[in-house]
Design a protein around this ligand. Structure first.
Ligand code: ADP
Length: 226
């Protein structure tokens, strides 16, 4: 589904953020990218959505080289990728409902689809009771659940989550991971980046370890798959 082929990224200041990385991700996989801050995880994800450009190598999405896509094709690809960030990125003066509706409208969904899908997706993240609240009235864990609902409401093929539990306590961290696992069980590919070893231990599954821009380990033998 996704293939990084000998990908390197050197920033203009000569920082080598990603150094000759190759790996593939199959549909419906749950892949965790683990590594210390600065290891290159964010850069790796940004290149998938063409927010950054590889300096060498190529990234393929279903056999299409994403650097060769035109603007229209790139927009189409981006719609197939749901994104979740450490800082939630909710719109503060919109309600939970409006935040999710806004993302749906951007992909061309009509009012009828919005009013039926928003409550449904909020149930999936156990947040139906906060539909009319504003982000400022929610806890960090709840905000991240809204952000996940927003990422999945358009039914993307893959969700990429960059350090989604970075601002959360252990209880909320566990809850967010559980939701990502549930989304994965429902058929969505998940690519999660974290520096938190505790998170990695609870997940199991495939773990790709990065250090100084390189993949130093790609292990499919997670704790629960022995
Ligand atoms: P991680 O997500 O694992 O923390 P990043 O991909 O954010 O790693 O960063 C990898 C390296 O690239 C770090 O050394 C970081 O300082 C550097 N870096 C990230 N973005 C830029 C940028 N826009 N310009 C220069 N260096 C950058």
């Amino acid at each position: 589904m996704i293939y990084y082929d000998k990908v390197s990224k050197v920033y203009p200041d000569k920082t080598i953020a990603v150094d000759n990385v190759s790996f593939g991700i199959e549909p419906k996989e749950f892949v965790t990218i683990v590594g210390q801050s600065g290891a290159g995880k964010t850069t790796l994800m940004k290149m998938l959505i063409a927010e950054e450009w590889p300096s060498h190598g190529a990234i393929f999405f279903e056999s299409a080289n994403i650097q060769r896509l035109n603007k229209r094709q790139m927009n189409k690809l981006r719609r197939r990728i749901g994104m979740v960030f450490q800082d939630y990125r909710l719109i503060p003066n919109k309600t939970v409902y409006e935040n999710i509706a806004f993302a749906m409208e951007a992909t061309g969904k009509n009012d009828r689809e919005v009013s039926s899908d928003v409550p449904h997706v909020l149930e999936l993240v156990d947040l139906g009771h906060k539909i009319w609240n504003f982000p400022g009235e929610l806890s960090g864990g709840e905000k991240q659940r809204v952000a996940i609902a927003r990422a999945i409401v358009t039914q993307p093929d893959i969700v990429i989550a960059d350090e989604p539990t970075g601002n959360l306590d252990p209880t909320n961290t566990y809850e967010i991971i559980r939701i990502l696992q549930k989304i994965n069980e429902l058929g969505t590919t998940v690519m999660l980046a974290t520096h938190n070893k505790g998170v990695v231990d609870t997940i199991g599954g495939r773990i790709i370890t990065m250090d100084k821009g390189k993949v130093i380990k790609d292990s499919r033998e997670g704790k629960y798959i022995l």
